[in-house]
Structure formats: C-alpha cells, structure tokens
Design a binder for this molecule. Sequence first.
Ligand code: PMP
Length: 304
Amino acid sequence: LNRISYVNGRFVRHAHASVHVEDRGFQFGDAVYEVWTVFDGRLLDEEGHFTRLDRSLSELSIRNPKSRQAYLAIIRELLRRNRIRDGLIYLQVSRGAAPRDHVFGNQEASPTVVLTAKRVDFKAKEAKAAIGVSVITLRDQRWSRCDIKTVNLLPNVLAKQAAFEAGAGEAWLLDAEDFITEGSSSNAWIVTSEGVLMTRPADNAILNGVTRRRVIACAKQLGLGFEERAFSLSEAVRAREAFITSASTFVTPVVQIDDEIIANGAPGSISLSLRDAYQQCNQIDTPNIEQDGTVAAGGQPCIP
Ligand code: PMP
C-alpha cells in the first residue's frame, strides 16, 4: 500500500509529496500546524483543533484557504486511501511560496496546505502509560507567543532530543522563576500533596492544549479539586502525581522529574482515572469520521 499525502489540492504518493523551495514555511517557519488523533475511526477533538487552527492563522494574518468541511473531506479521503482507523492527522498551513523576503510581499500568494496521515499503535502507547514516563527539566528558551501553534519548533526539538539522550520521555521547560511552563510537545500537570490538580493558566507562555482543555472538563465532571495556576519545579518534585497531556499521548503519567522519583514511582490513580475519563468522554461525543455528517452518539458533551 502506497502511503498517500495531500499537498495543495492533490493527493500524491508520500515519497513525492513536496513544497516549493521558497515556501515561507520552509524559509522562515512562517506556518502553523495542527495534529488530531484518529481513534477507532473517530477524529478526536475535531472542533477544538479547528478552532485553534483559526486562531493561530489569524494571529499571524495568514488567510485560511479552506473551510472546515473542505479539510474534513480531505482528512476522510486520506484515512480511506491510507486505510487508517487508528493514527494521526498532521495539517500544516504556511503563508505560501513567494520570492524570499522577510516582508510578507504579495498578499495574493496562496497559503500552502499539506496534510499527512500515519498509523499509530495505541496499544503500545497504552503500555507506556501504564508504566509512566520520566521527564528532565530545562530552561525554556522559546519566544513570548507560545500560544500560537507555529512550526518554529527548534527549542522544542532540542529539548526533546536532550530528553531522549537522557533516557527520558519528555522535557519540562522552566521559566525565569523556575515555574514549569509546559513540555516540549505536551502540557504539564501535577496533583499536589494536598490532592489538588494543577496546570498552568493558558497564558502566552504555553500552548493551550486541546487535550488540556478537555481534561479540565473531565476533572470538573469527576468533581476533582482543580486550580489553574503555575507550579514550580520544587512543587512538582514534591507532588503526589504528575502527568502530561497532548493529542497524541492523551494523559500520560510522569513518574520521575530529573533525579526525583514522584511519590512511589508508579502512575498515580488520579492520572489514570483522567486518562480513562478522557478516552470515554471522546468516545461519547465524537462521531465516526468515516460516516459523513454528524452522528450524535448521545450522552453529555464533555466540553460545553
Ligand atoms: N504544548 C506544546 C508545546 C505542544 O507541542 C503540544 C502538542 N501539540 C501541546 C502542548 C499539547 O496540545 P494538544 O493537547 O492540543 O495536542
């Protein structure tokens, strides 16, 4: 089976999928992206990722060249052609190809649209979550608009590589006051020694994760004590539990921060119940992408 991707109006063999050398995404990182998980044929948090895409594009004054329905039709076709029921959809929109100049130039240049799909073995991820991951901490070296989901990921890439080289699963980034901002590709959470669930407010220092928002809704439904405030490294190492969230890893327990073991070194019960709640909640209010149109499966939507 040839892997198929989508580039600017065409479904092409992945090996041949390419953009122009003067694409501003390639030249300047002048592009934004989104990632959806497809779980059992369902596009998780469809709406949340589209809403954030619109926001990222508008913050950078990049025209959104397509409607949601058009993106959804492409996603459905990519899943069909690649025969994927469990995997990831990656979408990137750049400002387009134009003669290289820092200034945007011709406003008429068409944004470049790329979508790829890949299969994921969620069972392997489940096994990882059952054990938990360790994280290292590093100084956050990024810019002051981390709320925009741009492809400028060099500090994130270097942090994740450092984590990998240290045998850790993620790097948590520290602001100037030694408060955790977020992970290199995930949001950071703790359950304090008093049992309060805590994650940093969605300021400009972090990406407001779609999974983060959904987990906040799940926590409220479960009646957990929750405080949206920044926590420090010293609070984190003394926490009862810690975990990370992202579209591709859901809720994944953190069992070690640098050299400090969290609690007894096993995934915490609140982390695991939020992982379950997140998955159940998505099953309830997410229609199957293979079926055209919206199929309400009943139950309470988790995000009002
Ligand atoms: N922060 C960063 C820096 C990320 O790259 C991601 C994953 N894209 C997240 C947080 C989590 O966001 P989401 O839950 O929307 O995947």
